[in-house]
Design a protein around this ligand. Structure first.
Ligand SMILES: Cc1cc2nc3c(=O)[nH]c(=O)nc-3n(C[C@H](O)[C@H](O)[C@H](O)COP(=O)(O)O)c2cc1C
Length: 236
């Protein structure tokens, strides 16, 4: 392998160097709103995930928050909602991310599709998703996923694996699959949608001369309203 930095220099076993040969993104081809552009890329990634093995989780969304001291935190969730209001995800509202967002709703997130040489970055403010939407979504989840919402005090310490499994058994007994009682949405479970102020589209190209097209909010309006956004290019 030519021109691969040595493990001695990087502390990493030789990582294959990939020259990104994506289609790129030029201004003349960008949609007139961040929603239309993101919709096209999200749909393409989801379609690709059905056809090839290297786009395994096309809606995996890295979500960055800050804690009360301003220290950043990041984790991956699944984007469960996407419309002109912004990308949304569901989680335990009392988790670390939940506590952080409640104190500081400014948030950033990224969808990354390495094999498609594409990424979308969102920056904005987290808004709680309405209970009606959360309930409708929760009811569409498989039984096991509905139970797991009850089984985990997400982000709180756990003494060991056995304690998690004991809690699972307790929840299973409380809400048996063929029982009378529906599995309700826990009060502590819900979601946030990111009301965006900036959306960046990154398209990897040869020799690291990538395209970065950014929509910046310059007026009121949702992601699908072209008059609310100004488009510009950033250096890679
Ligand atoms: C691919 C992937 C998808 C995930 N999806 C979710 C999700 O939709 N919601 C969620 O709360 N956690 C999800 N997780 C777990 C989170 O990354 C994280 O461990 C958890 O939400 C606790 O984060 P926090 O302690 O910062 O709140 C996912 C993890 C991975 C790797």
């Amino acid at each position: 392998m030519d021109n691969v930095p040595s493990e001695e220099t990087t502390g990493l076993a030789a990582v294959r160097r990939v020259d990104y040969s994506g289609d790129g993104l030029v201004e003349s081809e960008v949609s007139d709103s961040p929603y239309a552009q993101a919709r096209a890329w999200v749909d393409a990634a989801v379609a690709a995930s059905h056809e090839r093995a290297d786009v395994p989780e096309p809606t995996a969304l890295s979500v960055a928050t800050v804690d009360a001291d301003g220290a950043p935190n990041v984790r991956t969730v699944l984007m469960r909602f996407f419309d002109e209001r912004g990308p949304g995800f569901v989680t335990n509202l009392e988790s670390a991310k939940g506590v952080e967002i409640s104190a500081e709703p400014r948030i950033a997130a990224a969808l990354t599709w390495p094999s498609l040489y594409r990424a979308i970055r969102f920056r904005g403010t987290a808004r709680l998703i309405g209970r009606d939407e959360v309930e409708a979504y929760f009811d569409s989840r498989p039984y096991g996923s509905r139970l797991s919402a009850w089984a985990s005090d997400q982000s709180r310490p756990a003494p060991d694996r056995a304690a998690l499994e004991a809690k699972w058994a307790e929840v299973l007994a409380r809400f048996p699959e063929d029982g009378e009682q529906e599995v309700p949405v826990p009060d502590f479970w819900g979601g946030w949608r990111i009301e965006c102020d900036e959306v960046e589209f990154w398209a990897g190209r040869r020799n690291r001369l990538h395209d970065r097209i950014v929509f910046t909010r310059t007026g009121a309006g949702d992601l699908a309203d072209p008059s609310a956004w100004t488009m510009s290019r950033r250096q890679p």
